[in-house]
Write a protein that binds this ligand. Structure first.
Ligand SMILES: O=C(O)CCC(=O)C(=O)O
Ligand SMILES: [Fe+2]
Length: 254
């Protein structure tokens, strides 16, 4: 008998609109089962076994950038290929039209697909300060979560520009899920992850994507102790340098 393929357990929504987090005003989508457990395991192995030089160690987290770091903060030197283990999820992201009359989520981005992936690893207790992703990217972010559940906080700036520390919305990201943020959520709001070991006060009343969770029952006691979480952040970098691609092909082995 043929072995089960790794994606046989995956049932994507016919239209992304079916996965919209309706409690959040701007357009944001959550698919709890975007990849299979087998795929999660394989990707985590690839992340872990990437060459040491691929990792950049920050104070509380480490990260990889694929295919490369941006130069001058906003330019990709040639849209070099992504490794297969990251590339394989892109057709899946593009396979879901928004609605009956609307195309996929990257249809209006300059390259029609993501060309850049950040891999972030958070040990329990690590987080990321509330921030905006800035102008280097098209305002569509696809985040695949692996390994552990974590709570993402969305904040509004106060009228004076200061961060409002109380999040407007909280989104739980379960392992194997895909979160897609777009539009004003990208440009107007900040997103961050608290540097704590246990996410608390988890309930239907406080979690925006409660009805979209794979297993809300597992958060019945209102808290979740974090394990190591790895995220894959897929985005389309607006500026791609042609010189970079020419140099890239010049140095490519035959
Ligand atoms: O890990 C995440 O889900 C968020 C990462 C992030 O916001 C970033 O790298 O800009
Ligand atoms: Fe970010």
């Amino acid at each position: 008998m043929e072995p089960l393929t790794s994606t046989s357990q995956i049932q994507l929504p016919r239209f992304l609109e079916e996965s919209r987090i309706t409690t959040v005003a701007p357009s944001v989508y959550y698919i709890a089962d975007f990849i299979s457990e087998e795929e999660e395991k394989l990707i985590l192995e690839k992340v872990e076994n990437a060459p040491k030089a691929r990792w950049r160690q920050l104070t509380h987290r480490r990260l990889q950038t694929w295919p490369s770091d941006l130069v001058r903060g906003d330019t990709l030197l040639g849209a070099g290929p992504l490794p297969d283990w990251l590339e394989q999820l892109i057709p899946r992201m593009l396979s879901m039209p928004l609605s009956e009359d609307e195309p996929n989520i990257f249809a209006s981005s300059p390259h029609g697909r993501p060309n850049h992936v950040l891999v972030n690893e958070y040990l329990p207790g690590a987080g990321i300060m509330p921030h905006k992703d800035g102008s280097a990217y098209h305002p569509v972010v696809c985040t695949v979560s692996l390994g552990s559940t974590i709570c993402l906080n969305l904040h509004k700036s106060k009228p004076d520009g200061a961060l409002d520390p109380e999040p407007v919305w909280r989104i739980l990201q379960e392992p194997r899920s895909l979160l897609i943020t777009t539009a004003e959520l990208y440009s107007e709001y900040l997103h961050g992850i608290e540097p704590i070991t246990t996410d608390i006060d988890i309930s239907e009343a406080t979690i925006a994507n409660w009805t979209r969770l794979r297993s809300p029952l597992s958060f019945k006691d209102g808290c979740h102790t974090r394990g190591t979480r790895v995220s894959l952040t897929y985005r389309d970098v607006l500026k791609v340098s042609k010189l970079g691609s020419k140099l890239g092909s010049l140095f490519k082995s035959p």
